[in-house]
Structures are given as C-alpha cells and as structure tokens.
Design a protein around this ligand. Sequence first.
Ligand code: PGA
Length: 249
Amino acid sequence: MRTPFISANWKMNKTVDETVTFFKEFIPLVNDAKDVDIVIAPPFTSLQAAASIIKGTNISLAAQNVHFQEKGAYTGEISPVMLSEIGCSFVIIGHSERRQYFFETDEMVNKKIQTARKYGLDVIVCVGESLQEREAGKTFEVLKRQVVSGLKDIPSDSLVIAYEPIWAIGTGKTATTEQAQEAHNFIRDQLSALYPEASKEIRILYGGSVTPDNIDALMACPDVDGALVGGASLKAESFAKIVNFKRSL
Ligand code: PGA
C-alpha cells in the first residue's frame, strides 16, 4: 500500500513574510489530513522560517535543489549537510527547469542523489519528456534514459519519482489520465527492472498543471501515487484542496 504523497514546489516564489502567512492559513486546513504525506518545497531563504513554523505538524520540508559536494568552493551552492541541519527531510532533484536552464545532466542528477542520500535526505527525482520528444515518439526512450542513468547505483529506499511532462508544466495543459497512467506504468516497469522487490513500494508522483479540479481523477489512476504541484500550491486554500483530494473507493 503506497501512502499518497502531495508536494508543493514553490519554485522562485514567496518571501519569508509570505511563507509565514501561507503556513498560518494552510496548517489548520490540513490538520486533519490522514494517510497522506504533505511536503512543501519553499525557496532556500524561507526554509528556516518554514522549519520552525511546521514543528509538530504533519507537514515535511523539501529543498528544491542541492549540490553534490558536502562543502567547498562552489559559490552560490547549498550542500546536503546544510539542508539536513535546517530541518529538510526531502530534496527535489533533476527538475526539468534545472535541466533546461541550468544544464543539469543525468550524471549530475545521479551524483546529487548519491550525496543527498549520504546525508540522510530523501529524494524526489523528476523525469519527463518535452513536447518535441513526445511528438517524435520518444517519450519512453527519454523516460528510460532518465530513470536508468539517474538511479544508477542508488538504493530503492526513500526514493520518490515525479513524472512531469515538460509540456504540462505551468501551461494549464495537464496530461490526460490515460497519458499519465501510461507513463507512470512505464516508469514502474523500469523501476521493477532496477528494484525487483521494492518497485511496488516506490511512489510515483504526477506533476504538470495539477489543480483542485483535476487531482481526484489523476489520483484515481492506479500508478499515480501523488502530485508535485507548482502554481496551484502557492495559495493555501487551493493546495489544501489538493492535499484533501477525494479518494476513489
Ligand atoms: P505546475 O508546476 O504545477 O505549475 O505546472 C509543476 C512543477 O514544475 O513541479
């Protein structure tokens, strides 16, 4: 039985003040949420404030990125040691915006996962194809490459995968439930080749224009175990609705 996992990805949004305001509204709205893992990934500058405000709640913290060294001359970077110390439990690795704008490769993704795991962070590893790749019939090829190279020599425990088709991110164009299920099922097959025993336990999240209106249908897909939510996670009320999605029987 895979516990649903709903994570916010705030990207480069919210000051410390805005973060505190969000949590004051959000915490009471999800206080009673049961059997769901709730995770929020604010920008680095808001992590400390978020960590103190969520103490004793059912919410966990994620960072949006991490460097693959524990310390050193890497101006502008943040190490896994720093994230653990501040109270992060998770880190998002390999988001398509990092791959696209900051030239992260599968090898870098793999190194980041290794270091994050070494310092006790659980990882949310993002994979997903571009529109061009989908239209060229290369979706499965891309997903296979990202999963196999990204997860090389990585143990299966504490691993969460997020399938985020790039064409659905921030566009309002969600994948259909058929497209999501097909991709998730394919990813699960890849995972079962890597982790014959554990693959059934690994949560695979869907990301890309998730809203309170489409979450129920997405969560009803057998291989969709949660969501990674950008735009719709910025408002407490809308993200709480997603966390409190209606379960199909
Ligand atoms: P979106 O972003 O929900 O705004 O489409 C999702 C993501 O990039 O993680």
